[in-house]
Design a protein around this ligand. Structure first.
Ligand SMILES: C[S@@+](CC[C@H](N)C(=O)[O-])C[C@H]1O[C@@H](n2cnc3c(N)ncnc32)[C@H](O)[C@@H]1O
Length: 258
C-alpha cells in the first residue's frame, strides 16, 4: 500500500513541480489516439488527463482516495480506479482488453514489493506494449532524509518512522524489469536538483512526503522539529543563494513487454 498520508491540495499547490517534471515523459511515451494507456500511481490525474486529451483511452490507477477524489473532480471525463499497484488485475481496471502502454511518473518508488508491481504491469500489457516511467533513483533526496533522521534523533524520536522508498540503480531496476518479462530499451539515472520555491523549506518537504515520521512527533514539538530539519538541511548544502533546493535523483526507463 501507499505509505504516505497524501494531501492532494498541498501536493498540487506546493509540490506541483513533481507532476510538471513528468510532462516530457509523456512525450517519450508518445501515446497515439485510440491506444489504451494505464497511468500507474496517477495521483491527482495531471498526466492521465493529458493522455486523454491526446486521444488515448486512459485509466488512472492510484491507491489513495484523496488523490483520486481530486483527480476525478479536476478531470471528470477521465476514468480513475482505486487499486493497489502491488495487487491489481485487468478486471479491477474495468477492462477486458490488454493495454498498449503503461505510464508512470514519480510513483514507482512508493510501491513495494516492486517485483509484484512490475509483474502486474506486465500482466495487463499486450506483447510489445510499452512501459515508460520516471521514478526516484538511487541516492534520491538523501540529504533531505538525513536532515529529518538527525532531527528526529535529536528530539528523541524514532528515525525508523521515516518511510524508506525504493530508489534503485539502473542495474537493479533493469534486472527487475527483465525478471518481470520486459526488455529494457533505455534506462538512465540523473541528478535533478529541484528548487522548492519561495514558500517551501526543506522541513516543509519532509512534512509532506514523510508524513508518518511527523505524525510520530507530538504537534507541540513540530515547530522545533521544523527548525532542526532546516538547520541540518542548511548544513547539508540544501539552502542555496536561490533558495531551498531538494537533492532529487531520477531514474527514467523505457521497457517493452516480451
Ligand atoms: C508523488 S505522487 C505522483 C503522482 C503523479 N503520478 C504525478 O506525477 O503527479 C505518488 C503517487 O503514488 C501513489 N501510490 C503510492 N503507492 C501506491 C500503490 N502501492 N499503489 C497505487 N498507488 C500508489 C500515491 O497514492 C501517490 O498518488
Amino acid at each position: 500500500m501507499t505509505s504516505n498520508e497524501w494531501d492532494a491540495q498541498a501536493y498540487d499547490r506546493r509540490f506541483g513541480f513533481v507532476g510538471r517534471y513528468g510532462d516530457d515523459v509523456l512525450d517519450v511515451l508518445d501515446a497515439q489516439p485510440g491506444e489504451r494507456v494505464l497511468d500507474l500511481g496517477c495521483g491527482t490525474g495531471r498526466h492521465a488527463a493529458e493522455l486523454a486529451t491526446r486521444g488515448a483511452i486512459v485509466v488512472g490507477l492510484d491507491a489513495d482516495p484523496r488523490m483520486l477524489a481530486k483527480a476525478a473532480a479536476d478531470h471528470p471525463r477521465v476514468t480513475f480506479v482505486e487499486a493497489d499497484a502491488t495487487a491489481f488485475d485487468l478486471a479491477q481496471l474495468g477492462s477486458d482488453r490488454l493495454f498498449d502502454a503503461c505510464f508512470s511518473n514519480a510513483a514507482l518508488q512508493w510501491m513495494t514489493p516492486q517485483n509484484a508491481v512490475l509483474r502486474n504491469v506486465r500482466s495487463v500489457l499486450r506483447d510489445g506494449g510499452r512501459f515508460v516511467a520516471e521514478m526516484g533513483g538511487a541516492g534520491n533526496i538523501a540529504a533531505l532524509d538525513e536532515a529529518l533522521r538527525a532531527a528526529l534523533t535529536e528530539l528523541g524520536f524514532d528515525e525508523a518512522e521515516i518511510v524508506s522508498n525504493y530508489f534503485p540503480t539502473v542495474g537493479v531496476q533493469s534486472l527487475a524489469l527483465e525478471d518481470a518479462g520486459f526488455r529494457v530499451e533505455l534506462a538512465a539515472w540523473f541528478r535533478r536538483p529541484t528548487a522548492l520555491g519561495p514558500d517551501t523549506t526543506a522541513a516543509d518537504w519532509t512534512r509532506h512526503f514523510r508524513s508518518a515520521a511527523w505524525a510520530s512527533v507530538p504537534v507541540h514539538l513540530h515547530e522545533r522539529l521544523a527548525a532542526e530539519v532546516d538547520d541540518r538541511a542548511r548544513n547539508g548544502g540544501l539552502l542555496t543563494a536561490n533558495g531551498w533546493v531538494a537533492d532529487y535523483c531520477r531514474l527514467r526507463f523505457v521497457a517493452v513487454a516480451r
